[in-house]
Design a protein around this ligand. Structure first.
Ligand code: COA
Length: 312
């Protein structure tokens, strides 16, 4: 087996391998879509190296493994896209070969690493354990269809919901930073215009910001709800639900057939709200982190059930 850097010539074959793996929960990872076209575009567009950040394992002229690296220097972190392995006798060995080679290519300053496999993906979980990654709380991926179109959301009696206005930027940034400390999307990168739109709930009486939601139209017209927060003193009055309803309506108006989001497994308040609005769980994504933590580690279930004690 040979590990080389991906090229435009191998892109189609490696995207096909990744698409087949993404379709199976036991080899699925977060970060990447499901169809070969969007996967090829995502891998070719990995920051900062594009295809130079993607390694391919080949055996007998066939692509048998793929691992992409997206990394940053602030924070000095890599998000591993994979590894994906198929058609070899020892997938763990191929995964290790890809990971070892890809790690060598990273700038030395990048010390923080993250993997985000589907919780049923044993290949990546085992690689993570072998290399000292620590499992943290999973996030549930929830989705709901947006078609056939539902009625427009009812107006909320206390707040108006509208796209972020310049005058509310500072209040939204404060709410974002206090609600999601340490998140990768810092507040000044929250509203990206066309790419990610922020909708804001402001009170009718005082004009203060009570909450916001961020929505994105992703590849293939897939709608994504990225952040949702309501200021503590305004919670429990239907504002979060109203924001999600308006977010869904705006995604439907942009031509999206579904809305997807991720939520921490333990976030009961948000999960109840999403469930009430018709969102259903598709999968759990398990973050494995090395060199940094965003949450406390979770106690892992033993992947191999212990043998029954011998009877008397
Ligand atoms: C999750 C969050 C956005 C919910 O906001 P909220 O404004 O309290 O949400 P709502 O008021 O619409 O819904 C909360 C509960 O209040 C109830 N409620 C009370 N008065 C209500 C009213 N007048 N109208 C509608 N619902 C009302 C709802 O039934 C709902 O209960 P349920 O979800 O168990 O059915 C908020 O708790 C928050 O910002 N949390 C921190 C950030 C976070 O977790 N974000 C989600 C990340 S994915």
């Amino acid at each position: 087996m040979e590990v080389t850097v991906a090229t435009a010539a191998t892109l189609e074959a490696l995207a096909a391998l990744v698409a087949a793996q993404q379709a199976d929960p036991r080899s699925h990872i977060g970060y990447l879509g499901d169809d070969a076209t969007s996967i090829a575009a995502d891998l070719a567009g990995l920051e900062p190296d594009g295809l130079d950040g993607v390694l391919v394992a080949q055996a007998a002229d066939r692509v048998v493994g793929v691992l992409g690296a997206e990394y940053d220097t602030d924070p000095p972190r890599v998000w591993w896209h994979g590894p994906f392995v198929a058609g070899v006798d020892d997938p763990g060995e191929a995964a290790d070969a890809l990971y070892g080679a890809a790690r060598q290519r990273l700038p030395g300053v990048v010390r923080e690493e993250e993997l985000a496999p589907d919780d049923r993906n044993q290949l990546v979980a085992e690689l993570a354990r072998r290399h000292g990654f620590v499992a943290e709380e999973a996030s549930a991926v929830l989705t709901r269809p947006l078609w056939p179109t539902t009625d427009p959301p009812a107006d909320h009696p206390e707040v108006a919901i509208a796209p972020l206005a310049a005058g509310h930027r500072r209040e939204v940034a404060t709410l974002h930073d206090t609600t999601f400390p340490g998140t990768h999307t810092v507040s000044d990168r929250l509203d990206l215009g066309e790419e990610r739109r922020v909708l804001v709930a402001t009170s009718h009486d005082a004009g203060v910001v009570c909450g916001y939601v961020a929505v994105e139209v992703q590849a293939n017209q897939a709608g994504y709800i990225d952040y949702l927060a309501v200021a503590e003193q305004h919670r429990g009055r239907g504002i979060g639900g109203a924001l999600v309803s308006v977010a869904c309506a705006s995604l439907a108006a942009a031509g999206c057939g579904s809305a997807t989001l991720t939520v921490r497994e333990s976030n009961g308040a948000a999960r109840a709200l999403y469930s009430r609005l018709g969102f259903r769980e598709v999968r759990l994504l398990r973050p494995w982190r090395r060199g940094f933590r965003l949450n406390d580690p979770v106690a892992e279930a033993d992947p191999v059930p212990p043998a029954e004690p011998a009877g008397p």
